[in-house]
Design a protein around this ligand. Structure first.
Ligand SMILES: C[S@@+](CC[C@H](N)C(=O)[O-])C[C@H]1O[C@@H](n2cnc3c(N)ncnc32)[C@H](O)[C@@H]1O
Length: 253
């Protein structure tokens, strides 16, 4: 079946990512990457159970940590954790991030794939003071060239360096002249390691899907290395088809 059909068989909660929480060690890596410190007011948009806020306050000593999430369940879990641990200068707000205010932010972490949410956030980010560090995971903010990348972590800084050129964005994220199989695989592994669940079988499947997605997008944008489809890409397309019954070749333009 085509990958689009496969995705439509998954539960909505998996597709929306609403139950996905960033693992604590990944949060620590992100805090280091953002150079988070005592002068920063830190916001996490889609803060889930509040682990990032706790780590930012307790381990990186930020001035304030504020979480915004539209899930009542997640907000009550975060509030429980904050009360139990008696942490000061930390707050969670139950709200849709599209309606939220974060004018005092110095650092913002947000991990959304939903294009509509991202676009409305970019509009809000553009009105913030200069020098605000906005961390995204996997992709940069739409229309922005990143300031710094340690894939899958991407730092965008206000005022944004804007571009409509997807090729430029892709090459900035992958820090390379062209994308070959090795780059696609390495970056897919890094992403899976940072958000994966330490389940080798699932992780392998995820890496294959991610690597093929990266390479096919690069090819369609004209930034894959060489004209030919590499043998390794052909093999993984065949593995997906034969072992998992998932077809991706039609995505190639
Ligand atoms: C991985 S993040 C975001 C996933 C997101 N749905 C996406 O587009 O990838 C998960 C957290 O974001 C929260 N969330 C999702 N959409 C939101 C929104 N519009 N406003 C606030 N929080 C949101 C979820 O409740 C969850 O705790």
């Amino acid at each position: 079946m085509k990958i689009e059909e496969y995705l439509s068989t998954l539960p909505q909660s998996i597709l929306s990512g609403e139950e996905i929480q960033i693992p604590p060690d990944t949060i620590r890596e992100i805090c280091k990457f953002a150079d988070l410190g005592q002068n920063d007011t830190f916001y996490h948009l889609g803060s889930g159970n509040g682990t990032s806020l706790k780590i930012a306050r307790q381990e990186f000593n930020v001035k304030n940590a504020i979480g915004i999430d539209n899930s009542e369940k997640m907000i009550s879990l975060a509030k429980k954790m904050i009360n139990e641990e008696n942490i000061s200068n930390i707050k969670v707000i139950e709200q849709d991030v599209r309606k939220a205010e974060f004018k005092d932010a110095d650092v913002i972490l947000c991990w959304f794939m939903d294009a509509e949410v991202l676009e409305s956030l970019v509009e809000k980010f553009q009105k913030l003071k200069n020098g605000v560090r906005i961390i995204t995971i996997w992709g940069p903010l739409p229309g922005c060239l990143p300031e710094k990348v340690d894939f899958p972590y991407i730092l965008n800084k206000t005022p944004f360096n804007q571009t409509d050129d997807l090729k430029k964005q892709l090459l900035a994220v992958f820090e390379t002249e062209c994308i070959g199989f090795v780059t696609a695989w390495e970056y897919a592994e890094r992403y899976t390691k940072s958000i994966g669940r330490d389940n080798p079988e699932n992780d392998r499947f995820l890496v294959i899907i991610q690597a093929l997605t990266i390479w096919i997008n690069a090819k369609n944008l004209g930034v894959a290395c060489g004209e030919e489809i590499p043998d390794s890409i052909r093999s993984y397309i065949a593995i997906l088809r034969e072992y998992f019954g998932i077809e991706v070749e039609h995505l190639l333009k």
